[in-house]
Design a protein around this ligand. Structure first.
Ligand code: MN
Length: 263
């Protein structure tokens, strides 16, 4: 007996009935009557970063470079002369914009700041040549790669992924994006972070081990970059813990600033 020949079920029991067996139930097939555009839940909101001068930059993915300044590599126990930079990611909705307060995240007792130059990709591509790399950049921003250092440390020790140490809610406070058309492509200049007015991190963009064109070129060999992707380019030395009530203020010469109060 097929379902079609059964009497119509009474209203509340309908969802308990076995579904008709047909090709339409195979993965990839839409239910009869469904339209291609009918998502079964609301579409996720697109995270976005305000752009200096107006507009919003929609965020697709966030790639982060590990150990891209020699002194920070040393303070994390690495050897900048032998270790190649590597990548990890944060979810797009980890961005926190507009100088909003950052809630102290759960499951950590060692939340660290990492002050970084953020590159916003405006034009996608794969196997991008270093010489072409900057033409793929929409603009730049100052940002924090906030890190649950205790979770990251435990993961490292166990040879497990870093995701829960790096990719948690609100883990990427980012300031206003400045278009490269306006600011150019900064490759040197102060990158500095103050906590409660005292300088905690201070370096120069010129000290990055892999500069922006090299990073874009290398990363685009692993994944096809797309408009909306962000690259957090690594932090200089001086990373340390913050606590509730701390005010973080970062600045990058020629780019802009970023602020977050930990609450
Ligand atoms: Mn970082």
């Amino acid at each position: 007996m097929t379902l079609e020949r059964r009497a119509a079920p009474s209203s509340d029991a309908r969802h308990l009935l076995p579904r008709p067996r047909s090709r339409m139930n195979a993965p990839g097939f839409l239910e009869r009557g469904a339209r291609m555009s009918s998502y079964v839940i609301d579409q996720p909101k697109v995270a976005a970063i305000p752009v200096a001068g107006g507009g919003l930059f929609p965020v697709r993915r966030i790639f982060c470079v590990g150990r891209n300044y020699a002194e920070h590599t040393r303070e994390m126990g690495g050897d900048p002369d032998r270790e190649e930079p590597f990548f990890f990611t944060k979810p797009s909705d980890a961005v926190l914009t507009g100088g909003a307060d950052m809630p102290y995240p759960p499951k950590t007792a060692d939340l660290h700041h990492e002050m970084e130059l953020v590159v916003a990709i405006g034009k996608g591509g794969k196997d991008i040549a270093e010489a072409d790399a900057l033409s793929h950049v929409f603009g730049y921003a100052a940002g924090f790669d906030m890190t649950r250092r205790d979770l990251q440390g435990a993961a490292k020790k166990a040879g497990k992924p870093w995701d829960m140490g790096k990719g948690f809610d609100s883990s990427a406070p980012i300031g206003e994006l400045v278009p490269a058309a306006k600011a150019g492509h900064p490759d040197k200049g102060l990158i500095e972070l103050k906590v409660n007015g005292a300088v905690r991190q201070s370096s120069d963009l010129a000290k990055m081990i892999w500069n922006v064109p090299e990073t874009i070129s290398y990363l685009s060999g692993f994944v096809t970059l797309a408009p909306g992707d962000l690259i957090m380019t690594g932090t200089p030395e001086g990373v340390a813990a913050v606590v509730k009530g701390d005010l973080l203020e970062g600045v990058i010469a020629g780019v802009g600033s970023v602020r977050a109060k930990i609450v």
